[in-house]
Design a protein around this ligand. Structure first.
Ligand code: GDP
Ligand code: MG
Length: 203
C-alpha cells in the first residue's frame, strides 16, 4: 500500500533532500512578496488582492504609495540551496488584522526573515517580538530601498534592541543573490542556535 503506516517510520536516506520551512515576515510593503518571488524556483503562489477603497483606512500605504496590491493570505515559494537542502518559504501577511494566521504558519518553522525598512522600522517590531517570544531563530534583513538612507547593521541592531547573536544584514529584496544570502543567514543562525541548545554551556 502506498501510504502504509510503516512508511512513516522509514529512515530518510542520506541523499534524500532535507526540506526546511522558513517564514518571511515584516511590515506592510517592506518587500516580502518581492523577496519570495526573487528567489523562488517555482512560480510563487501569491494571493494578492487589489487594495480597495474600502481597505484604505486600514491599509496604511503612506510611504508605499506605488503599492496597488496586498497579500491577503500568504506568499509561498521554494528554493534549493544545495542538492540536498530545499527551503520552503512562507511569507506572512503584513497587516495586523491577519495575525491569527501566524501561529499556523509558524508550526514547524526552522527560522524566519524579518524584513525591515529603516524609514519605517517600527513596522517590524511586532514580527521581532513574535519570533523572540517563541524562540524561533530569525535574521533581520534591511531591505535597502532606493532613496532610503543607509544605516549600518549595528545601528539597526541597537534600534531594534536585538540580542547580539541575531544576524542583521542589508539586502535588496529584488535581487536573487541578495535574497538568497538572507536565507542562508537564517539557516546558519538556526543551525548555530540548535547546536548551542544541544551543548549547554557548563557553568
Ligand atoms: N526600490 C525598491 N523597491 C522595492 C524593493 N523591495 C520591494 N520593492 C517594492 O516595494 C513594493 C512593496 O513590496 P512587496 O514585496 O509587495 O511588499 P510586501 O507587502 O512586504 O509583500 C513593491 O512595489 C516592490 O516592487 C527594494 O528592495 N527596492
Ligand atoms: Mg506581500
Amino acid at each position: 500500500m502506498a501510504f502504509a503506516r510503516s512508511d512513516r517510520r522509514r529512515k530518510p536516506s542520506a541523499d534524500e533532500p532535507v526540506a526546511l520551512k522558513l517564514l518571511v515576515a515584516g511590515g506592510f510593503g517592506v518587500g516580502k512578496t518581492t523577496l519570495v518571488g526573487a528567489v523562488s524556483e517555482i512560480r510563487p503562489l501569491r494571493t494578492e488582492e487589489s487594495l480597495s477603497e474600502a481597505g484604505r483606512p486600514v491599509d496604511d500605504i503612506a510611504g508605499v504609495e506605488g503599492k496597488r496590491t496586498t497579500t491577503v493570505a500568504m506568499d509561498f515559494g521554494r528554493i534549493t540551496l544545495r542538492d540536498n537542502l530545499v527551503l520552503y518559504l512562507f511569507g506572512t501577511p503584513g497587516q495586523d488584522r491577519f495575525w491569527f494566521l501566524w501561529d499556523e504558519l509558524a508550526q514547524g518553522a526552522l527560522g524566519a526573515v524579518v524584513l525591515a525598512d529603516t524609514r519605517r522600522l517600527e513596522d517590524c517590531f511586532a514580527a521581532v517580538d513574535y519570533f523572540e517570544r517563541r524562540g524561533i531563530p530569525f535574521t533581520v534583513a534591511v531591505n535597502c530601498f532606493d532613496g532610503a538612507e543607509r544605516h549600518a547593521p549595528d545601528i539597526v541592531r541597537d534600534a531594534l534592541d536585538l540580542d547580539g547573536s541575531v544576524p542583521v544584514v542589508l539586502c535588496d529584496a529584488r535581487e536573487r543573490d541578495s535574497a538568497k544570502n538572507v536565507l542562508i543567514s537564517v539557516v546558519e543562525h538556526a543551525a548555530q542556535m540548535a547546536a548551542g541548545r544541544r551543548e549547554p554551556a557548563t557553568t
